[in-house]
Ligand binder design. Sequence first.
Ligand code: SAM
Ligand code: SF4
Length: 357
Amino acid sequence: MTAVPVLIGVRRPVEERAGQAAVSGPLVDTHGRTHRDLRISLTDRCSLRCTYCMPEQGNEWLARTSILTLDEIERVARVAAAAGITTFRLTGGEPLLRPDIVEVVQRLARITGPGGEPVELAMTTNGIRLRHFLPGLVDAGLRRLNISLDTLRHERFRELTRRDRLDDVLDGIAAAAASGLRPLKLNAVAMRDVNDDELVELVEFAVAHGAQLRFIEQMPLDAGHTWNRARMVTREEILEALSARWTLTPLPGRGGAPAERWTLDGGPDSVGVIASVTAPFCGDCDRLRLTADGQLRNCLFSTTEYDLLPILRAGGDAVETGIDRMLRSCVRGKLPGHAINDPSFLQPARGMNAIGG
Ligand code: SAM
Ligand code: SF4
């Protein structure tokens, strides 16, 4: 019989411990979807108060003690990569508000999959403080950026985000445009009587900055629960507005991506639409989410969460196995699609800032 060495009191590195979890293969759900994308929310705090996401005041913040530490995030990420996750997208709240953001990127960018392939590291940000952080983030291994921009008008921006920070956002976009990060994407939530007269301008701005504009249909995820289907701007309306300016030609090869894409006047420039409400893409969804307080979620709209916090905080060598099991339970529990269009739909208790968009 071969003797099994028992290590007492020796804490093995996270890299080594994550290997133990890669025994059960990829994260395939009961509907045959393989999960490859993990959205990691780093904080629920934000420098803006977008009306479709957060209330102006009175937000119930996550307890600071429950926010995952850098070591905890890395531990989850390593197990996820061992189970076949290939992309991490950092989000929030505003990820750049996290004081250790450069170190988070550095640590996650070093992670590799079961075959030794590096993960892809992306971030969604409101752009404020981006100029300051960008060189460090790129050096640390950030590969892709999505920046949110709903309007180019100062007064409108102030009303929509309840903060007068448009110049800071534009400064961040200029820095991103000057960097080598491509594709660079700008996200805009289309809103009736708010920015629906600006759709063409937003696309022109993106093209001028070497970026791709992606319009998002507004979803029922605002912390104030004020979403109104009758008022949301639909995919069809967005396409109609853009068609008055460009000939739109659908681009094939969407895969699991949330955005449908069209070339503008034959390309190479393009525009995308994320139509979660009127043309859901759940059948190809490959995403999981980790909230800043350690809850795994299998859908933006889910009302069920899988709590990693007690597993992480229990410590010891069983943590990796526990994370792996929880990832698999979360994937197994995934429904075929969200039910926004069902009369019985219940909006999740968390606002988008606390889920991670
Ligand atoms: N603070 C960062 C930002 O704004 O880019 C990252 C987090 S934010 C929650 C991620 C994305 O979700 C943003 O592009 C934002 O516009 C989008 N979003 C937030 N609430 C939304 C809603 N109710 N419907 C559609 N998109 C929403
Ligand atoms: Fe903050 Fe992003 Fe939500 Fe706007 S959408 S309030 S920038 S988290």
